[in-house]
Design a binder for this molecule. Structure first.
Ligand SMILES: Cc1ncc(C[n+]2csc(CCOP(=O)(O)OP(=O)(O)O)c2C)c(N)n1
Ligand SMILES: [Mg+2]
Length: 587
């Protein structure tokens, strides 16, 4: 027999599951809690496909994760991101050597910046030319061999490694998952050649006697630190807290509860920025919006709790005389080349636990001036937002605010909203008054196209939820809408996508206007920001059988959203494309 072909003669052997590294690797993923492998296959995966089929044939299919066949890689990574954003549990993404790794593209950036764990597995070109199971046997095995394949994504990873026999693949799987989920979570990347994956392994038990490697937990600040923070908070009359991630998985309830307790006891106003998760109920009377600069002149202490970019200095900087306290698992922000925010006291600690401890120590009587002040501010921004919608509606305008306000009417307590809405995102935050921990997922980074497929991942993680993705028309196209709709249909994970269609790239127009308000681009009406001949964005998802609606008049908006929700509730992916007016400015 040709020695580069595997001996499959005993394929029905009941120990087949542990015959090769590939089988053991798949099993160890499942044993470590990975339910899905979002997979885009290539020749490098022959050992994995064979091992999976062998396991299924021998009745052990349940011992490995389910493959979700992803026609392209960006949606695969986005779906895994969505799943982990809801649960905190990393799923696997399988890609084809260097080319598949390249195609992960901006989805790697999103998971990195959102601090969401994902286990990426990639094949490597075989290294032998003949004589071993998995040796090179076609041209691409030569052209796909590169010098530093993990280098393509290393900057976005918490860990990269190559599986090399005779190591136990289960150990590397656990190591990768530990690094992915440790505080400051993110993607990890494991690669392996075909020969390595075809390596025979003994049928060793993976049973660790009931012991599991525990996930690393960040502790709250120590007593001295809690006392110091409490002292500053008690001394302030109008503390302002800025957070972006307090309500992130795996324990959104704990983060939101701690923040509510802190804000109410301390009399603190809360700004979510950049809002990556639902951090504070958006109808809470101490919620003062999403733009820190509007609250700066009122604050006499700023608390930064789990926020990467607390404000943008150019949009309004914090006055120098206002003290800043920072509570963060990574206060020095190691992933940011520049972090210009001056902080008077920085505490490396779990923000939720620390805020809960401070809330217990603060005398609520000290918070009354702050509560009065921020309640008034909260009422003011909300009334202004509501007034904007009322005025727009009165004259029949389809502005992003009007659309988001209508969306709020179809959102209920079982809705999870995924935000990839770019310049319409502000309207989502302001008008969809979400209240429940875990009910909002945003991409964390700026890699457009996150929305459609990440919503499918969210739905797989939370099948009982109604999942709605709000996306810009540009973002929708970046999101590979046919592939994303197909994924939702094929894997029984129907979601509603609402497209805020302003016929192009408002953010690009806004950014250029901002820099050159009287420039030639503005005078020419921002030509490169417009798609020109309009696209019918209802078409791409119909290839996968999605229900679609198109809205050009205000009167059609509510019925279309209701029809979309009804379709999804009945199990069909749906897309509602709404022709919206352009809003202002870049996001
Ligand atoms: C992958 C990727 N490519 C390009 C960009 C640059 N970019 C930022 S916003 C934007 C336009 C987005 O258009 P759309 O989704 O329609 O939202 P709008 O700006 O119209 O609100 C572009 C191209 C990006 N953020 N990500
Ligand atoms: Mg647009």
């Amino acid at each position: 027999m040709d020695s580069s072909k595997a001996d499959d003669s005993d394929a029905a052997d009941s120990t087949a599951d542990t015959r090769t590294v590939a089988g053991r690797l798949l099993r160890s993923l499942a044993e470590s809690g990975v339910s899905y492998v979002f997979a885009n296959f290539g020749t490098d995966h022959a050992p994995l496909l064979e091992a999976a089929s062998r396991l299924r044939a021998s009745g052990a299919g349940e011992s490995i994760p389910e493959f979700v066949l992803c026609p392209t890689e960006f949606p695969a990574m986005s779906a895994a991101h969505g799943y982990a954003a809801v649960t905190g549990d990393p799923q696997a993404v399988l890609v084809h050597v260097d080319v598949g790794t390249q195609s992960l593209g901006a989805a790697m950036h999103n998971a990195h910046r959102a601090k969401v764990p994902v286990f990426v597995l990639a094949g490597l070109a075989p290294v032998s030319h003949d004589g071993h199971p998995g040796s090179r046997d076609i041209n691409v095995h030569y052209v796909q061999d590169v010098f530093d394949q993990p280098g393509i994504v290393r900057e976005y990873c918490r860990w990269t490694s190559e599986y090399r026999p005779p190591a136990d693949p289960a150990e590397l799987v656990e190591r990768g998952l530990d690094r992915a989920t440790a505080p400051d979570p993110g993607p990890v990347y494991l690669s392996a050649t075909r020969e390595a994956l075809e390596t025979p392994v003994e049928a060793v038990s993976t049973d660790r006697g009931g012991r599991q490697t525990g996930r690393v937990q960040a502790a709250g600040a120590d007593g001295d630190a809690v006392a110091a923070i409490t002292e500053r908070v008690a001394a302030a009359e109008r503390p302002l807290l800025i957070t972006g991630d307090l309500g992130a998985a795996p324990d959104p309830d704990r983060g939101v509860e701690a923040l509510v307790a802190f804000a109410e006891a301390a009399g603190a106003g809360v700004v979510e920025n950049p809002a990556n998760s639902l951090n504070f109920p958006r109808n809470h009377d101490l919620h003062v919006g999403f733009t820190p600069a509007t609250a700066f002149e009122d604050a006499d202490l700023v608390v930064l709790a789990a926020t990467d970019v607390p404000w943008v200095p150019a949009q309004g900087d914090l006055p120098d005389d206002i003290p800043v306290v920072q509570i963060d698992t990574d206060p020095s922000k190691r992933h940011f080349p520049q972090w210009p925010f001056v902080v008077d006291g920085a505490y490396a600690a779990a923000p939720a636990k620390t805020l809960a401890a401070v809330a217990d120590r603060v005398d609520p009587a000290d918070g009354s001036a702050g509560r009065d002040h921020w309640r008034a501010a909260s009422t003011a921004w909300r009334e202004e937002a509501d007034e904007t919608v009322r005025r727009d509606r009165e004259v029949g305008r389809l502005t992003p605010a009007v659309v988001s306000d209508a969306l709020d009417d179809v959102v209920d307590e079982r809705t999870i909203l995924v935000d990839d809405a770019v310049t319409s995102s502000e309207s989502l935050l302001e008008h969809v008054r979400l209240t429940d921990p875990g009910s909002y997922v945003s991409k964390g980074g700026s890699g457009l196209g996150f929305g459609p497929a990440s919503a499918v991942g969210v739905k797989l993680a939370a099948p009982e939820k109604r999942v709605i993705a709000a996306v810009g028309d540009g973002a929708y196209l970046f999101g590979q809408p046919t592939v994303s709709a197909w994924l939702g249909a094929a894997y029984d994970a129907p979601t509603l996508t609402v497209v805020y269609d302003n016929e192009g790239w408002n953010a690009v127009a806004g950014a250029t206007h901002l820099q050159h308000p009287d420039g030639a681009f503005a005078a020419a009406d921002a030509p490169e920001s417009r798609f020109g001949a309009s696209l019918d964005l209802t078409v791409p998802a119909t290839a996968a059988g999605a229900a679609t609606e198109s809205v050009t008049e205000l009167d059609d908006l509510e019925p279309a959203l209701e029809a979309g929700v009804a379709a999804v509730d009945e199990g069909t992916p749906a897309v509602v494309v709404v022709e919206v007016e352009r809003s202002r400015g870049p996001k």
